[in-house]
Design a protein around this ligand. Structure first.
Ligand SMILES: Cc1cc2nc3c(=O)[nH]c(=O)nc-3n(C[C@H](O)[C@H](O)[C@H](O)COP(=O)(O)OP(=O)(O)OC[C@H]3O[C@@H](n4cnc5c(N)ncnc54)[C@H](O)[C@@H]3O)c2cc1C
Length: 402
């Protein structure tokens, strides 16, 4: 009887889990014995790392031809319930119909969602760049500002949260506003960060470079106070400061997809499921976790995968390989990703490329931007639908950052 691998999600982790699983099955000469199915709303890869950009075309490349080339079935829909006890998942199809998929191995690759605490007015008035739909809504709103009468609030964007996404979003914003409101418009962009300084998770090493870049981009930073309330006309901070703004962009972190909570075992503060070295969910037979839903050690030094595309690309390959390997009798492969880099887009200033978990500054300005362009237009995009070429880079020990 054909064995079933079901993968929830066609993001970076889900896509590469499917390609890697298909490679392993082919490697074992077991094509036809194992069926690989990906369940997600559409056969698309949403390029979430670029959703802060001004132009949103090309952010959802189609995966249908790629899946077909490697023999992976795409099922439009969303997984709603995981029945670990009877190895099946319930799903709702794109047409609203409910169905159940039995599995021999299940890979949860459903990603993450923006963290939205119960701050007054956040749900009603804040925009975000977390998903393609929300980035499009922000873009439409910004373009609509041109039709409003000029006021300080119209010309002001508050970015709530000064982490990776908040910094990238803010750095783009002055130019983006001027492109809409006119080159001479008096635009104002303010990042509000509750930690004492910008980029708290990026650490102290790259901070002077980030501060300099934001200043050159014309971005103000208000640190040491949180956004306490949001309304249609602006924000109020915890210290009582009022910033008039027609646009508030909320960027304060991510949480694992709620499906992760259905898997028994340990979860971290982001809701991620603790994975063993082979990315099996600890305590749940037959379930692998990968990408933003997985808490996995990257090395023996205590470092843990970030909720990042960089890690998802490798976590996906390992989870997919191991799910298939267990079914076809290949050796499982332990996850390891000791090299860690970051490339932070800083708008017209350029980009900041760092190496290591302490983020040593390696490239800045245009040199950094050239790397960011390479990452954002090539590295993270899906490969061409060529089975042999795909399998040549779908191995679980493929090095993401050389
Ligand atoms: C603005 C922004 C900037 C970023 N910048 C960077 C960066 O510079 N570098 C970096 O490394 N990372 C960056 N990231 C993080 C990166 O995008 C994520 O870590 C990455 O997308 C995680 O990949 P994933 O496959 O785990 O999840 P996702 O990419 O979120 O994919 C999840 C998939 O699961 C599907 N799905 C969701 N729910 C269900 C369900 N119930 N059933 C079935 N399918 C489901 C979704 O439709 C999607 O296909 C950024 C993120 C954002 C939002």
């Amino acid at each position: 009887m054909t064995q079933q691998i079901v993968i929830a999600g066609s993001g970076f982790a889900g896509l590469w889990a499917a390609l890697s699983a298909a490679r392993a099955v082919a490697l074992a000469g077991r094509d036809g014995d194992v069926a690989i199915s990906v369940v997600s709303p559409a056969p698309q890869l949403h390029i979430r790392p670029r959703l802060y950009e001004a132009v949103l075309e090309g952010m959802a490349p189609d995966l249908a031809a790629l899946f077909e080339a490697v023999g992976v079935r795409h099922i439009p829909g969303v997984v709603t319930t995981i029945h670990a006890d009877r190895r099946a998942v319930d799903a709702t199809g794109a047409d609203g119909a409910q169905f159940t998929l039995p599995y021999d191995r299940f890979v949860l690759a459903a990603g993450s969602r923006l963290f939205t605490p119960p701050i007054p007015g956040l749900a009603e008035h804040a925009f975000n760049v977390d998903q393609l739909d929300s980035a499009r809504a922000l873009d439409a709103h910004l373009k609509g500002l041109a039709a409003r009468p000029e006021t300080a609030a119209r010309n002001t964007v508050v970015v709530a949260g000064g982490g990776f996404t908040g910094i990238e979003t803010a750095a783009e914003m002055p130019d983006r506003l001027r492109a809409i409101l006119g080159a001479d418009a008096k635009v104002r962009v303010v990042v509000v960060e509750q930690a004492p300084a910008i980029g708290p998770d990026l650490g102290p090493v790259p901070r002077p470079v980030i501060e300099q870049a934001l200043a050159e981009c014309g971005v103000e930073v208000v640190a040491g106070t949180a956004v306490a309330a949001i309304d249609a006309d602006g924000v109020t901070t915890a210290t009582g400061e009022r910033i008039a703004a027609a646009t508030v962009v909320w960027t304060a972190g991510a949480r694992a997809n709620p499906l992760a909570a259905q898997i028994t075992g340990e979860h971290d503060r982001f809701g991620r499921v603790q994975a063993d070295p082979f990315l099996r969910a600890v305590g749940s037979d037959g379930i692998f976790v990968t990408g933003d839903v997985a808490r996995a050690a990257t090395d023996d030094l205590g470092n843990v995968a970030a909720m990042s595309c960089q890690h998802a690309l490798s976590l996906g390959r390992v989870a997919g390989h191991n799910a298939a390997a267990e079914l076809v009798g290949l050796p499982s492969h332990p996850y390891s990703q000791p090299k860690y880099v970051t490339c932070l887009d800083l708008g017209p200033w350029g980009a900041l490329f760092t190496e290591g978990w302490d983020r040593q500054v390696r490239l800045t300005r245009e040199e950094g931007k050239a790397v960011k362009r390479e990452i954002n237009t090539k590295w993270i995009y899906p490969p061409q639908p060529d089975r042999d070429a795909v399998f040549a880079i779908a191995n679980p020990d493929h090095v993401i950052v050389p």
